[in-house]
Design a protein around this ligand. Structure first.
Ligand code: PMT
Length: 397
């Protein structure tokens, strides 16, 4: 459980996205957080307090003059008890009040009285989000240290489409979890590869492998949680891009090679998680190869792909390079030999069977200090442990 022991006050303001806040409460509680919901009066017109009470297991506060708090100072008591305040959805009106220090109801008052971090997830029509007044308010909130989560882009309840819709509940949950992670890579830039590559034979066939991208996506998320600006160059996978990560989609090893070279400048760290095809068909057959046209089974001549990690590690001023090695036997021997041949400070070994496809993995890190086994765990937990090791190596550089 990612939020065990955390107390979160969830503020809900008036907007149609208030219905998503109900799902958000469910997800926060599922991750172990205790959630106290505080609603603006306008929010109660969209979703009833009873819904939030049922999901959070606590009575909801809506009124500044609520007498349930002994000293009648709900705004102080509620904010003091919280590890973080989260307002989702945050309407344009709420952002304007917050930016100007106005406090005319329970939610705005307790937010003003806070002594803990504040995250807000804006939700409004795209023109309202684009309005210079809102832009000004958001900029000044950022300056005040408020973490603005989203908004997302897409269809809006009003029938328009654009930037302004509230992020999905799962994305806001990820942002909340990220908020509590140590910022070991603050200010750093991280470039990753993830997933398989697909080497086309003809318009419908190709050579690929069983990598799902889960490990690489988990590391992207962990690096971003640790405060890094993350660019993820991803082979073809079916995973959503982690919130706040910039993703560049590629298909073949040559495309991945070109994308890495185009992006690598100014990165502090390069992590090659992708299972890159070592070979591609020497020729792409323009039309679908037909079975009946040849007497013998066709042969496919292969040509070697460039070693992306090897090339990046050989740059005159390379970023800190981290490789992966998935092996079916002799893990230590093969992983160390890859580390030496590619001249990289750290390689992450995993035995095939553990690594490909699943949500869990078992890893061994190999660096100049020796071997560091990471026992079986969810890929996101392993990714966070890897980030700790990378941060240590970066500091030593
Ligand atoms: O995606 P998942 O399903 O979660 O699975 C994760 C994984 C098993 C794919 C991942 O953890 C992993 O081990 N990836 C590396 C697979 C591998 O053994 O690659 P390799 O031995 O071919 O390459 C060694 C290293 O060089 C890797 O860092 C690879 O990204 C890099 N490489 C390889 C070939 C190439 N042409 N260019 C490269 O950059």
């Amino acid at each position: 459980m990612e939020l065990a022991g955390k107390s979160i006050v969830l503020g809900v303001t008036g907007g149609i996205a208030a219905y998503k806040a109900a799902e958000l409460v469910r997800l926060l509680v599922k991750e172990g957080a205790s959630v106290q919901v505080v609603m603006s009066e306008a929010a109660t017109h969209f979703v009833g307090p009873v819904t939030f009470q049922a999901l959070s297991g606590r009575p909801v506060f809506t009124d500044q003059w609520d007498s349930r708090v002994d000293n009648n100072m709900a705004h102080i008591d509620l904010s003091r008890a919280a590890d973080a305040l989260l307002v989702a959805p945050a309407s344009a009106d709420f952002l304007a009040k917050l930016a100007n220090g106005l406090a005319d109801d329970l939610l705005t008052t307790l937010v003003l009285a806070r002594d803990c971090p504040l995250l807000v997830a804006p939700a409004m029509n795209r023109q309202m989000w684009d309005n210079p007044a809102t832009r000004r308010n958001v900029a000044s909130l950022r300056g005040d240290g408020v973490l603005i989560v989203g908004p997302g882009c897409g269809d809006q309840a009003c029938g328009e489409s654009g930037l302004g819709r509230m992020l999905e509940a799962a994305e806001i949950l990820d942002e909340m979890v990220a908020h509590f992670q140590p910022k070991l890579l603050a200010g750093k830039r991280v470039l990753l590869t993830a997933g398989p590559t697909f080497e086309a034979i003809d318009p419908v066939r190709g050579i690929t492998n069983l990598s799902t991208g889960k490990m690489g996506y988990a590391i992207s998320r962990a690096a971003r949680e640790a405060g890094a600006a993350v660019t993820l160059i991803s082979g073809p996978v079916c995973l959503p891009c982690p919130v706040g990560v910039r993703r560049i989609a590629v298909t073949s090893a040559l495309q991945m090679h070109a994308a890495v070279h185009a992006q690598v400048a100014d990165n502090d760290i390069f992590i090659a998680v992708a299972a890159v095809a070592d070979y591609r068909p020497a020729q792409f057959v323009e039309q679908k190869i037909k079975k009946g046209l040849r007497a013998a089974a066709p042969t496919i001549e292969l040509q070697q792909n460039p070693d992306i990690l090897g090339e990046i590690a050989a740059l005159p001023e390379p970023p800190l390079c981290v490789g992966f090695a998935a092996e079916s036997e002799n893990l230590a021997e093969y992983a160390e030999s890859k580390r030496r041949s590619k001249k990289i400070p750290l390689i992450v070994g995993n035995l095939i069977g553990d690594g490909f496809g699943g949500d869990q993995n078992t890893l061994i890190l190999f660096d100049d200090d020796g071997q560091h086994p990471l026992p079986p765990a969810a890929k996101i937990d392993l990714a966070r442990q890897l980030v700790v090791r990378i941060a240590m190596l970066l500091e030593k550089r």
